[in-house]
Unconditional design. Structure first.
Length: 71
C-alpha cells in the first residue's frame, strides 16, 4: 500500500494505491467541516476498509483474479 494523508483545520484527506490479492485499486477520501477530526479519520479508514473487502472478494471470484492466480 502507498498512501498520502493530508490535513488542515477541520479537513482530513487520504489517497492511496492498495494492493489486494489479484487486484489493485486507487482510493481517495476527503472530509470537510469536521467537528471531530478523529471521527473524520475513522470515517476515511472505514470507507477504505470496505473498498478493500469488496476488491478482495472480487479478486477471488472474477475471471481476472483467477487468471492472475494461475499465472
Amino acid at each position: 500500500m502507498a498512501n498520502k494523508p493530508g490535513e488542515l483545520e477541520a479537513v482530513r484527506t487520504d489517497s492511496g494505491i492498495v494492493l489486494v490479492p489479484n487486484r489493485l485499486f486507487a482510493i481517495s477520501g476527503m472530509t470537510a467541516c469536521d467537528r471531530d477530526e478523529r471521527a473524520a479519520d475513522r470515517a476515511i479508514s472505514e470507507v477504505a476498509l470496505e473498498a478493500y473487502r469488496y476488491f478482495e472478494m472480487r479478486g477471488k471470484t472474477s475471471e481476472y483474479g483467477r487468471a492472475l492466480a494461475s499465472s
